[in-house]
Design a protein around this ligand. Structure first.
Ligand code: SF4
Length: 351
């Protein structure tokens, strides 16, 4: 694909939040520090692509989504939507941009108003943005959006209330609310994590089908690597505000280069009972973004860490064609993972 297909181009985006000073810091005129929520993140999302952003809670994924929507301005860096810098949009352009990029939230119970009918929920954006001329027009567009998310027959559901719907139907109504505005990019924040396993597949299929039929790009925030492997085209792994590995999702999940990615894949079910049982587990908790560890941020938890890791931050570089990793010892780590070899001293092995 050429650069003309790029919908969202993110370059060196940082988002820091100031920390409120304690009384002692205020008296001694010290700074309270900063939360490094997103730290020098770059990637591109192309037309019709599902781009995954994965990592533990606190890794900066959701803050990035808020920044991409300009709900909070980046501290520095550039975010271009179809080649235009979004921070330079005027009010009119920003209003239009907000219809081109839509969000699906994690919790279908919270993201729809229980006092509104399905019609009111889905048509609200049409009225707010003056995109319909009459009620008949709105009914027609809402009906079409409900059919697109496989709520059928739509006429039967259009005047129902959320409590009359199942969790899967409620999430599909939330998707229809995004779709009715004919977006080019959907930001999906853990779209199936609150749903029962039995109804996840139907929502996943709806997302795959709208990408297929309408060519809509999707950025999907998730901590579920098994889901990413099946659904996502390009996957980026985030750790304490930084990208540590990127590449085609199938390759990143089945053959990780970065020790952190490998730790995340420990939760992915392996159908082969004879597969190597090595599991390099991340030790301890994810560190705070207020004062991230120096050098490689993963070093206090990494079984492969050496002296250089404490002092030198590894850059995100192309390791093999199409794959990037930020690790001084990715080759050694990858070899250990792929061969199920003994891990180096300090590694924790799950048998
Ligand atoms: Fe581990 Fe060092 Fe690689 Fe960081 S740079 S992931 S600490 S081996």
């Amino acid at each position: 694909m050429s650069d003309e297909d790029v919908i969202l181009d993110v370059e060196h985006v940082k988002k820091y939040f100031p920390v409120r000073r304690t009384f002692l810091q205020a008296v001694s005129r010290q700074s309270g520090g900063q939360v490094h929520a997103v730290d020098d993140v770059s990637f591109k999302v192309r037309k019709g692509e599902i781009f995954g952003l994965a990592g533990e809670s606190g890794s900066g994924k959701t803050t990035f989504l808020r920044t991409a929507l300009m709900l909070t301005a980046p501290t520095s860096g550039s975010i271009k939507f179809k080649g235009t810098e979004i921070s330079r949009f005027n009010r009119r352009q920003m209003k239009k941009f907000r219809t081109r990029i839509q969000v699906i939230f994690q919790d279908p119970y919270e993201s729809v108003n229980p006092r509104m009918t399905v019609f009111d929920i889905v048509s609200e954006g049409l009225y707010v943005n003056n995109l319909v001329k009459s009620r008949e027009d709105a009914v027609q567009r809402v009906t079409k959006a409900l059919s697109d998310v496989e709520i059928s027959p739509p006429e039967e559901f259009i005047y129902r209330y959320p409590h009359e719907l199942s969790g899967g139907q409620r999430q599909r109504v939330a998707i229809a609310r995004a779709l009715v505005l004919e977006p080019e990019l959907i930001l999906a924040d853990e779209p199936v994590s609150m749903l029962d396993v039995s109804i996840r597949a139907e929502v996943i299929n709806v997302l795959l089908s709208i990408r297929e039929k309408k060519g809509i790009s999707i950025i999907m925030v998730t901590h579920d690597l098994a889901l990413s492997k099946d659904m996502v085209d390009e996957l980026a792994i985030m750790y304490v505000g930084k990208l540590v590995e990127t590449g085609p999702a199938v390759d990143v999940v089945s053959s990780p280069y970065h020790p952190y990615t490998h730790a995340l894949t420990a939760a992915v079910p392996v159908p082969d009972p004879d597969a190597p049982k090595i599991r390099v587990l991340a030790r301890g908790e994810i560190p705070t973004n207020i004062s991230p560890p120096p050098g490689c941020r993963f070093h206090p938890r990494c079984p492969f860490a050496q002296e250089i890791c404490k002092n030198e931050e590894p850059p995100l570089v192309e390791a093999t064609p199409g794959r990037k990793v930020a690790c001084h010892f990715w080759k050694e780590a990858h070899e250990a993972f792929s061969k199920g070899m003994d891990a180096p001293a300090g590694a924790e092995i799950a048998q």
